[in-house]
Ligand binder design. Structure first.
Ligand code: PBG
Length: 339
């Protein structure tokens, strides 16, 4: 077709895309460091950070390094961190007893961050998988065949009170037991921690994308027979309505924020949840989502920065108010314009 060919078009959407300034005017979704929450892994000792092999760029941090990382994140405008302990195997047992150790690793980490970076919101995970030899999120039934719901909830409620007493701002039950949000809320209130909030992993799916995280906390090989099967408590990836049912229950039980996890492969669920509740919605861009982008970038198959930003933007566009992401520091650094 020749250059002279002219369509009789009144409407030409490209007008608004013709220059960067015009594209900025009509941009509907914008990422900000304040949207991000950084998940961080903590280890014992005062040695060097230890790389997580399956998550290039992610390290398990001894407490002193963790504090320094939190300070940097705070300065970059990232408002919150979510802490996960990576425990020595010798401290794990069938019942996850170490989760109730009042001087346990994650509690010492919380106290240090609380003291050194007071402005930062500190979130901790409430689940037993970093503490159990089998890697499940709760205690098992007597015959060992199943994760026991109510017995697990009792331990989680106790764990949440312990975390609140260490100064955690938001406890984040990631276990998917029935009734745990209500039990945790009641236990916190009874113990005088009515201002400690609950970030509920409400729509948490039984996902293959948690693989690298299980390497990081050592829950994958704990039982000696991976892959770890959590389908009796985590949601079936095929189910949308059931995800909303979980959100309704957690809201009724007193959740302050509800979460969808994973994020990228579940954008439809994020949108459904956004339309379903007036509560703030969080989404967790999990370890496997991070690893995919990193691995492709290492092979030169996609641009890491652009892939990172687009993946986060899509999650926000779908309806998430906040995103847990291993890219938090890198993305916030890029947004600050210093690189
Ligand atoms: C378990 C928990 C998991 C993650 C956070 N908390 C994994 C699991 O359910 O086995 C995964 C996070 C990630 O993959 O980044 N309580």
């Amino acid at each position: 077709m020749s250059e002279e060919f002219k369509l009789e078009l009144t409407v030409r959407p490209r007008r608004l895309r013709a220059a960067a300034s015009r594209r900025a005017l009509v941009e509907e979704t914008r990422l900000d460091p304040a949207d991000l929450i950084a998940p961080l892994f903590v280890i014992e000792g005062d040695g060097e950070p230890r790389a997580v092999e399956s998550m290039p760029g992610v390290f398990r941090l001894p407490v002193s390094h963790l504090v320094a990382e939190c300070r940097e994140l705070h300065e970059l405008g990232v408002p919150a961190v979510a802490l996960f302990p990576s425990l020595d195997g010798s401290l794990k047992d069938e019942a996850g007893t170490a989760a109730l150790d009042g001087n346990g690793l994650v509690l010492r980490a919380v106290r240090a961050v609380r003291n050194e970076v007071p402005g930062l919101t500190v979130i901790t995970d409430i689940a037993l998988d970093p503490y159990t030899t089998h890697g499940h999120d709760g205690v098992l039934t007597a015959d060992g065949g199943e994760v026991a719901n109510d017995a697990t909830v009792a331990v989680l409620a106790e764990m949440a009170v312990l975390h609140a007493s260490a100064g955690v701002d938001l406890v984040a039950p990631s276990d998917m037991m029935d009734g745990r949000v209500g039990a945790i809320r009641a236990a916190l209130d009874r113990a005088g921690y009515s201002s400690t909030g609950i970030l509920a992993y409400s729509a948490k799916f039984a996902s293959a994308f948690y693989g690298p995280f299980r390497d990081a906390v050592g829950s994958a090989t704990g039982a000696g027979h991976p892959p770890l099967d959590k389908r009796t408590y985590q949601l079936n990836p095929a189910n949308r309505r059931e995800a909303l049912r979980e959100v309704s229950l957690d809201e009724a039980e007193g959740a302050d924020i509800v979460m969808v996890k994973p994020a990228g492969p579940y954008l439809d669920i994020i949108r459904d949840v956004r339309n379903h509740t007036g509560l703030p919605v969080a989404a967790y861009q999990v370890s496997g989502e991070y690893a995919q982008i990193r691995a492709a970038a290492e092979r030169g198959w996609l641009d890491p920065g652009a892939g990172r930003d687009e993946s986060l933007l899509a999650i926000k566009r779908a309806g998430a108010d906040m995103i847990l992401t291993y890219f938090a520091k890198e993305a916030a650094t890029a947004m600050s314009g210093t690189v």
